[in-house]
Write a new protein. Structure first.
Length: 198
């Protein structure tokens, strides 16, 4: 049986179309995973931001003269709330950096608040304070997990749109790589810490 050139060309066109549709759909699927992962990251950061006022108010009752720390936490929380990044902005590294800086400032302010609370045994004994600290610790763990899932989703998406055939489709439809989370103190943590007992 001899194939006619028309059928061969038609077969090549059909295989090519299936190949292109599959690549396009894979990009769409990976992009949706990135958006969903980012939403989970934002959800966990929002959970932490929602816990902050309760924690501040609980600590405030015990630590009247530690107002600077309480003000820092409140200001950091309001800065975090003012930065809104949706999934469409994930290709902008400057926005991701701004978001990360605000989150780092809130983390730092919360660390100082927790350190101050260590000086107040009555506060540490308060069941409300203990419950809030457990919720905050759980939220920090959830943030870590959500960020890990986002990083994995970004890796799959960015890898696919940088390799053929995904690159062809991504270039045609202007799909750009998404920005990854980075560590603010990357230079500091790349050096091994010095342990000195003197």
């Amino acid at each position: 049986m001899k194939f006619k050139p028309f059928y061969v060309i038609l077969l090549i066109i059909i295989i090519g179309a299936i190949f292109l549709f599959n690549s396009y759909n894979t990009i769409q699927s990976n992009d949706e995973k990135v958006a969903a992962s980012w939403s989970e990251v934002l959800n966990q950061y929002q959970r932490r931001a929602d816990l902050v006022p309760n924690l501040v108010n609980t600590v405030k009752g015990y630590t009247a003269h530690e107002q600077k720390v309480l003000i820092d936490v409140t200001e950091a929380r309001s800065k975090v709330a003012s930065i809104n990044i949706d999934a469409g902005q994930l290709t902008d590294p400057a926005m991701i950096e701004k978001f990360q800086q605000a989150q780092s400032q809130l983390s730092s302010a919360l660390s100082r608040l927790i350190a101050v609370s260590e000086n107040y045994p009555e506060l540490k004994a308060s069941s409300l304070y203990r419950d809030l600290m457990v919720q905050l610790e759980g939220t920090e763990n959830r943030i870590t997990v959500a960020r890990g899932r986002y990083i994995s989703a970004i890796q799959v998406y960015n890898s696919y749109i940088r390799k053929i055939p995904g690159k062809l489709i991504a270039d045609y439809y202007d799909y750009l790589p998404k920005a990854q989370f980075s560590v603010a103190n990357e230079k500091e943590i790349s050096t091994a810490p010095t342990v000195n007992f003197n």
